[in-house]
Design a protein around this ligand. Structure first.
Ligand code: NAD
Length: 289
């Protein structure tokens, strides 16, 4: 199976290396030469967007749906360039409305579509242990299953085109909310004299636990490392997409609006380029943590 990975950032670069290690014929492409050079130095074949060749699969890992649309429609324009029957797999956290529109165009052009947003960060991408949410036809899913299995530990097919992206937004809404809620819980306990690590042990043995209390707090927050590889800017994008989707669907989701406002209250703190876990820093600082 010949795979072209488009977008060689924190996620795409690591996914490309994992697929190469698993024995696939992988070429990487990125708009920026520095990204291509970084991956070429690690042994990956790379090409500029204009030089993308015929592949069985085009695996996209791009910041936003605008970038996904650009790659599909205009530059390099997969709709016109990709061989009939090839599959476009969008692993980005994208706008589901745009994904459904692009999926229809892709199918009309004789190609196949799958949305496959991921969880597990750069570390999951590098180890082939991502969690994947899958939206698209079962037949397409089965065609690319060997590739998906090489990248992920867990795969959940949630429906037709766009469904994977919808559930990913729901997931990241909970992740963003749990970060704030867990920080407030730890601050409460710390101000009352409980050691934060002891508080987390307690939370993790109770019903308040989540990936945030089990992974983010010990690994990236209390350790002071803040190097998860996922930025605040990307989380803000995901939250805006979740809020817009809810609004478009006529839902009145009060907490979602509060969480989005909290993440946008001060665009400089954390800055868009900062690790997303930094959203907890002012909350914990109040309690001297
Ligand atoms: P990133 O910014 O590190 O990488 C994106 C890459 O895409 C960059 O190298 C950029 O140069 C390239 N790019 C942008 N436009 C392009 C174009 N038109 N053609 C080719 N390349 C282009 O981002 P990331 O952290 O790897 O995230 C990628 C996607 O995965 C995002 O949608 C993000 O929300 C999602 N995601 C990220 C994480 C994480 O932990 N970083 C986890 C899950 C999902």
């Amino acid at each position: 199976m010949k795979i072209t990975v488009i977008g060689l950032g924190q996620m795409g670069g690591n996914m490309a290396l994992t697929l190469k290690r698993a024995g696939f014929d992988v070429t990487g492409s990125d708009l920026f030469e520095t990204a291509r050079e970084r991956l070429a130095a690690q042994g990956l074949a790379t090409v500029s967007p204009e030089a993308i060749a015929a592949s069985d699969v085009y695996l996209l890992s791009l910041p936003t749906s605008d970038h996904v649309r650009e790659v599909i429609e205009t530059s390099p324009g997969l709709l016109a360039r990709a061989p009939k029957g090839s599959v476009i797999v969008d692993t980005s956290t994208s706008d589901p409305v745009v994904s459904r529109e692009l999926a229809a165009q892709v199918v009309a052009a004789g190609l196949e579509w799958l949305d496959a947003p991921v969880s597990g960060g750069p570390r999951g991408a590098a180890s082939g242990k991502l969690g994947m949410l899958l939206g698209g036809d079962m037949a397409t899913l089965e065609r690319v299953m060997p590739m998906l299995e090489a990248m992920s530990a867990k795969r959940t097919h949630v429906g037709g085109p766009g469904s994977g992206h919808v559930v990913k937004l729901a997931n990241n809404y909970l992740c963003a909310t749990n970060l704030i809620a867990t920080a407030e819980a730890v601050a409460l306990a710390a101000r009352a004299g409980v050691d934060p690590a002891a508080c987390l042990s307690g939370l993790n043995s109770g019903s308040g636990r989540s990936a945030i209390s089990e992974v983010n707090f010990p690994e990236w927050i209390l350790s002071g490392r803040f190097d998860s590889g996922f930025t605040s800017g990307l989380m803000r994008k995901d939250l805006r997409l979740a809020r817009d989707a809810a609004d478009d669907l006529g839902l009145d989701l009060t907490l979602l609006h509060q969480v989005v406002a909290g993440w946008h209250a001060n665009a400089d703190r954390p800055a868009d380029g900062d690790d997303f876990n930094h959203i907890v820093s002012p909350i914990l600082a109040q309690a001297g943590v």
